[in-house]
Design a protein. Structure first.
Length: 68
């Protein structure tokens, strides 16, 4: 998201330098996804470290504590 916002603000089409790495981008996506799930299921969700581990297959949308 940060890189996308940077591209919009600076309007430089030739600037292909990433502003953040994949792990940071993944963390941003996980936070947004988890917030949406919390609103959808009307519950408080505790973040789990394994969601932020690129080597882990655990995800918020498949967590039985969230989706049942």
């Amino acid at each position: 998201m940060e890189h996308f916002c940077h591209c919009i603000r600076n309007e430089k089409p030739n600037d292909n330098t990433l502003r953040c790495g994949g792990v940071v981008a993944m963390a941003d996506a996980i936070m947004a996804l988890t917030a949406n799930l919390a609103m959808k299921h009307r519950k408080r969700i505790v973040f789990k470290d394994e969601w932020f581990d690129p080597a882990s297959k655990a995800t918020p949308e498949t967590d039985p504590e969230i989706v049942g």
